[in-house]
Design a protein around this ligand. Structure first.
Ligand code: ZN
Length: 319
């Protein structure tokens, strides 16, 4: 009975010192303040679990569904690990701190949590000249440690310019920071472990600097920086252009551009879908659902064929 409709999810908002108002002005969400940095839009993480909006599971969290209704995700009953992925939209009104995330092994051994954090970003919008940090110029760990200690950020950090529609893949161990003026949709492993390297010496409303984690940052950073090579392919399905942005160990992420009608076949265990522009009708069997920019849902296992009609852009992912 659950397998005839999508699982629509309610975003969870996170206020951040670097956040802004674009989650309201661009996505029309009711945000808690003018410093809203993140909307966790498909999340089973305990720091911000999404609530299910429809169907027999309405009012439960995605984490509940994962635990109690494993069939929706084609999850083996013996597998009690946590929901693997997390999707967020971030509004960087100011620069985010320069940071790095551990891999699974380090996360398990040192932090006692199941997942490290590999992430990737689709740039939804970017102001003129917006740039972000991806990687560094240190040649050895000693080099890295010394440049961090001396605060040689201009020499250390590798900056790149971005525009709307760009895609950035950020494996664990990559030093990174989203720069101001950028709104991204992030698909990542379901983890909240961040080692902060540099925070521009900012202070919060109480006059405190945010904590840095230099030793662990240096431990987990890949040296020298390696640019991940990402091969992108494009497929036409009816009036939908499906561009595969990345396919790797933890997730596969696509951009869909719909201009008309497309009939698709659900072949994955489950699919995470975010509408990032436009509107469309989603039909599964007898049921049609209106979806628009800012709608996020999961297509559960076993729904078979479904159709999309309208003009919309999506970011879609699966494990
Ligand atoms: Zn990150």
């Amino acid at each position: 009975m659950y397998k005839t409709e999508p699982i629509f999810l309610q975003p969870v908002f996170q206020e951040r010192i670097w956040g802004g108002e674009k989650l309201h002005t661009e996505f029309h969400y009711e945000i808690p303040s003018a410093h809203t940095g993140e909307a966790w839009v498909i999340s089973a993480h305990s720091n911000g679990p999404s609530m299910i909006k429809n169907g027999p599971l309405a009012g439960k969290t995605l984490a509940d569904a994962w635990k109690e209704q494993g069939g929706l995700f084609n999850k083996a009953t013996s597998n009690d690990e946590e929901y693997p992925l997390l999707v967020k939209i971030l509004d960087a009104a100011e620069d985010l701190s320069v940071q790095v995330h551990p891999n699974d092994q380090f996360a398990r051994e040192v932090e006692g949590v199941p997942y490290g954090k590999t992430e990737c970003w689709y740039v939804v919008s970017a102001e003129e000249g917006a740039e972000l940090v991806l990687g560094h110029h240190a040649k050895t760990k000693e080099d890295l440690a010394q440049m961090v200690e001396l605060g040689e950020w201009d020499q250390l950090l590798r900056k790149i310019k971005v525009k709307a529609g760009d895609f950035v893949y950020v494996p664990s161990g990559t030093i990174h920071a989203i720069g101001k003026g950028i709104v991204i949709l992030e698909t990542q492993q379901s983890s909240d472990i961040t080692y902060r390297v540099y925070d521009y010496d900012r202070i919060d409303a109480e006059g405190n600097k945010r904590e840095l984690h230099l030793e662990r940052s240096i431990q987990v950073t890949t040296v020298p920086h390696q640019d991940a090579s990402v091969e992108q392919t494009e497929t036409n399905i009816g009036d939908l252009v499906e561009k595969k942005l990345v396919e790797e160990q933890y997730f596969t992420v696509y951009h869909w551009n719909l201009n008309g009608k497309a009939l698709k076949d659900m072949t994955k265990d489950f699919l995470q879908v975010s509408v990032i522009d436009g509107q469309a009708a989603l039909t599964i069997g007898e049921n049609t659902f209106q979806i628009e920019k800012g709608t996020h849902f999961i297509l559960p296992n076993g729904i078979g064929k479904y159709s999309l009609e309208g003009h919309a852009e999506f970011i879609v992912s699966h494990v």
